[in-house]
Design a protein around this ligand. Structure first.
Ligand code: FPP
Ligand code: ZN
Length: 314
């Protein structure tokens, strides 16, 4: 079997950094904060986070902070959003620099986005989605500030998005989708509410996402895609059903999506690589305990040693 090209992937991530004067030049500028999280978490799983200039990353992150609202934007001068606020907090946790945050203000930004039915809007414009429930709960848990929201109502809302097939959608009645399932299972896991899930039913739906090529897909009738190695596998681990898929075949599928020459991982074999699929491929291999990688936590999407550090500080 092809092996993981660790050095090539490190070079690939660092080369994206060098394309601009500071960290992570991505084609989608507004997603830069997410890109930085994908790239840096990949480097940490590959045991190479020390290769980046941490001060440069931290000062760029703080220049994306909006003092007025307390939230983080996707790039300098853009509007704050929960998606980028979670990525910023995750990166600071990764770099062990949560101390520079004004935790009260960031928590206030996040809690201010909870609606009366317990759901969360992504930003002031109001779009509601279970993705934002996850972002809020994960972010506040890292900041040890879950008491700033109504957790019971947040859980009720997520449970109201559960479908008859055992999966979850974006809003009540929305079709089950592996990405949304990760968000809902992750939020329920962090809040100690996994008893709301029928594990056998959901486990069945999730393991049926494995295609004949060994890869995982996001919904019935869709093609396999490396990013679902994360969304599906992390969910299966959280509900203790990961032994229902063929790990060997999935490992081979991910390794086949590598660009062995220039580094990086693509969504499926022979497609162009990007930092998003590089992260999810490496994170998926970490979930399957591939040798030489740091173990990643399936709920927080951060290495386990990082999660332990914010829960059990020295
Ligand atoms: C599919 O995306 C994925 C989702 C809907 C889940 C997104 C979750 C977050 C943004 C929460 C933060 C995540 C982490 C790991 C910390 P897609 O638009 O690619 O779906 P498609 O394959 O159907 O196009
Ligand atoms: Zn994908």
């Amino acid at each position: 079997m092809e092996e993981l090209k660790v050095d090539k992937h490190i070079q690939y991530i660092l080369s994206i950094e060098k394309e601009k004067d500071s960290f992570m030049a991505l084609t989608m500028e507004h997603l830069r904060m997410n890109g930085a999280y994908w790239g840096l978490t990949t480097l940490d799983i590959l045991q190479n986070i020390a290769t980046v200039d941490q001060n440069e990353v931290i000062s760029w992150i703080m220049s994306c902070w909006d003092e007025e609202s307390g939230g983080f934007a996707g790039n300098v001068g853009h509007d704050p959003h929960l998606l980028y606020t979670l990525s910023a907090v995750q990166i600071l946790a990764l770099l062990n620099r949560l101390d520079i945050l004004n935790v009260d203000m960031v928590s206030k930004y996040v809690s201010g986005l909870q609606n009366v039915d317990g759901s969360f809007s992504g930003d002031v414009w109001g779009e509601v989605d279970t993705r934002f429930s996850y972002c809020a709960i994960c972010c506040l848990s890292i900041l040890r500030s879950l008491d700033k929201i109504n957790v019971a109502k947040a859980v009720d809302y997520i449970v109201s998005c559960k479908n008859l097939d055992g999966g979850f959608g974006c809003t009540p009645g929305g079709e089950s989708h592996a990405g949304q399932i990760f968000c809902c299972v992750g939020a329920l896991s962090i809040t100690g509410s996994l008893h709301h899930i029928d594990k056998d039913l959901l486990g069945w739906w999730l393991c049926e996402r494995q295609c004949s090529d060994g890869g995982l897909c996001g919904r019935p009738e869709k093609l396999s895609d490396v990013c679902y190695s994360w969304w599906v596998l992390s969910s299966l681990i959280m509900i203790d059903r990961v032994h229902w898929i063929d790990k060997n075949k999935l490992t081979k599928f991910i390794l086949n999506c590598q660009d062995c020459e220039n580094g990086g991982i693509s969504d499926r074999p022979d497609d162009a690589v990007d930092v998003y699929h590089t992260y999810f491929g490496v994170a998926g291999l970490s979930l399957m305990e591939y040798p030489g990688l740091k173990t990643i936590d399936p709920a927080y999407a951060l290495p386990v040693d990082v999660v332990n550090r914010f829960f059990f500080p020295e």
